[in-house]
Design a protein around this ligand. Structure first.
Ligand SMILES: [Zn+2]
Length: 272
């Protein structure tokens, strides 16, 4: 902590964002030690969601986390953001996720004045991990806020094809890219960003979020071994193009009224 900040804190003491108790001048975190315990740690801290290799999450998106996220995102409390980034970095280390580049979810040109929480977190995490933070993506079109979309399908539609890679980033093949964001809900945005990075040649993409919503918790948890391929074949863990082709194939067959063993297999997997 720099001298300027210490002096400022002496005249304007820092308060905990939750209980308003005074925080010692030497600590940078805006949440007191007692209140740090009110965050409920997410039961699914690491899980898989194609095409992302792994998604790491820190806490459940419950009362405390929601209040903190609102303060960070809409109140632009950067001190809260720094606390998030610190927790996120620790979680990455704990799960042995070691990216080589950190990137963020981009905003549109005209949205740029707005605070980009994803970019803020990405930069802080990159600094702690001593790796570069690079803008690898461009947002091609405007989207509605994901929070205004009620269903998973609406969320997916809202961001489908909204991102593309930057042309100047062509050598992503040997990089392990980490996408950072504050909240993971259905993962629609992060998945779209990952697809755009894959189209630019990236092969290994991770995601990290500070909070995970109840919707996000339904994703299948993984025992974390990178080499291990998922054992059950479902649409979710098939390569994107293969899943799309297979669905198309099944639809065509169904229209012709033909029996399809693959279809039956997938349906039985879905029911399990
Ligand atoms: Zn407190």
């Amino acid at each position: 902590m720099d001298l300027k900040k210490i002096i400022t804190n002496m005249f304007f003491p820092q308060e905990c964002i939750f209980c308003k108790t005074e925080i010692p001048i030497t600590t940078e975190c805006p949440i007191c030690e007692k209140c740090k315990n009110i965050f409920v740690f997410s039961s699914k801290q690491i899980f898989q969601r194609y095409p992302l290799e792994a998604i790491v999450s820190c806490v459940k998106y419950e009362q405390a986390a929601r209040a903190a996220v609102i303060k960070f995102k809409y109140g632009q409390r950067k001190d809260v953001g720094r606390f998030f980034a610190e927790v996120m970095t620790q979680k990455l280390k704990q799960h042995n996720v070691s990216p080589t580049i950190v990137t963020f979810i981009p905003t549109r040109k005209n949205e740029r004045k707005r605070f980009n929480q994803s970019e803020f977190l990405a930069k802080k995490i990159a600094r702690s991990l001593k790796i570069p933070c690079k803008p690898l993506l461009i947002k091609k079109r405007a989207t509605k806020s994901q929070t205004s979309c009620k269903t998973v399908i609406q969320r997916k539609r809202n961001v489908r094809g909204a991102f593309c890679p930057r042309k100047d980033n062509l050598s992503l093949q040997n990089e392990k890219i980490l996408i950072a964001d504050d909240v993971f809900t259905t993962g629609a945005t992060m998945t779209e960003c990952a697809k755009a990075l894959i189209s630019a040649g990236a092969t290994c993409i991770y995601g990290i979020s500070f909070a995970l919503t109840a919707t996000g918790e339904t994703h299948k948890e993984i025992r974390f071994e990178f080499s291990q391929k998922p054992e059950i074949i479902t649409y979710e863990n098939l390569p994107y193009d293969a899943a799309r082709l297979l669905k198309k194939h099944i639809r065509a067959k169904r229209q012709k009224g033909r029996y399809n063993p693959i279809d039956r297999f997938f349906r039985s997997e879905k029911n399990n």
